[in-house]
Design a protein around this ligand. Structure first.
Ligand SMILES: Cc1ncc(C[n+]2csc(CCOP(=O)(O)OP(=O)(O)O)c2C)c(N)n1
Ligand SMILES: [Mg+2]
Length: 355
């Protein structure tokens, strides 16, 4: 039987999408996140704050933890290890904050700017704190740091009778920024053996279809929380002194996980499947809107060039067209440098409405 009713699944998904929306606003905008008035260049941050790539996965985890906290009446905190996951956690926190969860963020005990310490901080929080569960998101890139690689062993120091529990959630999104991670490249079986060898029972939640993923995450969380409670019951009530094998989750979801329509925003058009993320280039000075799209290869000239590349048999005409477009981009650069504004043909361009 499904863990989620259709109504709850809809609500979880709506919460997730709203949090993703706010996170995007947090990354890109100073103001006007609900677009109540037309977006102006002054609304856009000069420097992006945080990364979109890690955000949908972390928001997904967050909404599901909320469900299990309510359902099982848990005393739980969330630690965010992966780099630049700030927008996911503080999507709507006002005022100035860095790109990672930082000391200024209310309730934060983990400074996420230097990768590698999430698991140690998670264990530190639960020692002598028997009712607490720390859900600790570990980035697959973060997992390659020395501190994190050794921290898997902290489970050996956990007393199920007198300490709380740590639930690591390894976020296998495949990349550290845009570079492949070791854990995402080895065989799944090898990863499972590695984690098993470190004393954990890993549960895999894997996919990209939100409806299936919601159900998989919800049922897995139910299962691991039940297992944590079983372990604690054995130690606390049955006085079982054996060393338990604690559960953990491996969440395998695409980096920059988003419905196809939203992908173009941050996706590398040259990557297969358009999933590989890259940073957007934001000039330090205030550029023109069109120049910002040019700086990110997202302008209409690049669009036509990309389309031409994909059309078979354009031959010399295609080559000639692309040269014209490249010349246009040079002309644009020179014009912007000289005049600080768009070329007249861009500035004065309007939709032409056929009579
Ligand atoms: C010790 C350390 N080394 C390098 C960096 C730079 N850095 C910031 S984010 C990042 C990649 C993080 O990848 P991952 O943990 O997989 O997080 P994701 O963004 O994929 O969720 C790196 C290398 C850092 N913050 N700390
Ligand atoms: Mg990663």
């Amino acid at each position: 039987m499904a863990t989620l009713t259709p109504n709850l699944l809809h609500k979880l998904d709506a919460y997730w999408r709203a949090a993703n929306y706010l996170s995007v606003a947090q990354i890109y905008l100073y103001d006007n996140p609900l677009l109540k008035r037309p977006l102006a260049l002054a609304d856009v941050k000069h420097m992006l704050l945080g990364h979109w790539g890690t955000t949908p996965g972390q928001n997904f985890i967050y909404v599901h933890l909320n469900r299990i906290i309510k359902n099982a009446d848990l005393d739980m905190i969330y630690i965010s290890g992966p780099g630049h996951g700030g927008p996911a956690v503080v999507g709507s926190f006002p005022g100035g904050i860095p790109s990672h969860a930082s000391p200024e963020c209310p309730g934060s005990i983990h400074e996420g700017g230097e990768l590698g310490y999430s698991l140690s901080h998670a264990f530190g929080a639960v020692f002598d704190n028997p009712e607490l569960i720390v859900a600790c998101v570990v980035g697959d890139g973060e997992a390659e740091t020395g501190p994190l690689a050794t921290a898997w062993h902290s489970n050996k120091f956990l007393d199920p009778a007198t300490d709380g529990a740590v639930l690591p959630i390894l976020h296998l999104n495949g990349y550290k920024i845009a570079n492949p991670t070791v854990f995402a490249r080895i065989e799944p079986e090898e990863l499972e053996q590695f984690l098993h060898g470190c004393g954990w029972t890993p549960y895999f939640v894997e996919g990209d279809d939100p409806a299936l993923m919601h159900e998989a995450m919800a049922s897995t969380l139910d299962r691991v929380v039940e297992q944590i409670r079983d372990i604690q019951h054995k130690a606390r009530v049955d006085a079982d002194l054996g060393r338990p094998r604690w559960p953990m989750i491996v969440l395998k979801s695409p980096k920059g996980w988003a419905p196809a329509g939203e992908r173009r925003m941050g996706a590398n058009p040259h990557a297969n499947g358009g999933i590989l993320l890259r940073d957007l280039v934001m000039p330090e000075f205030r550029a023109t809107p069109f120049d910002m799209t040019v700086l990110n290869d997202l302008d209409r000239f690049h669009l036509v060039m990309d389309a031409t590349d994909r059309l078979p048999r354009t031959g010399d005409k295609g080559i000639y067209l692309k040269q014209q477009l490249k010349d246009k981009l040079i002309e644009h650069r020179q014009y912007i440098d000289k005049h600080g504004q768009e070329m007249p043909e861009i500035r004065d361009w309007t939709w032409s409405i056929p009579a």
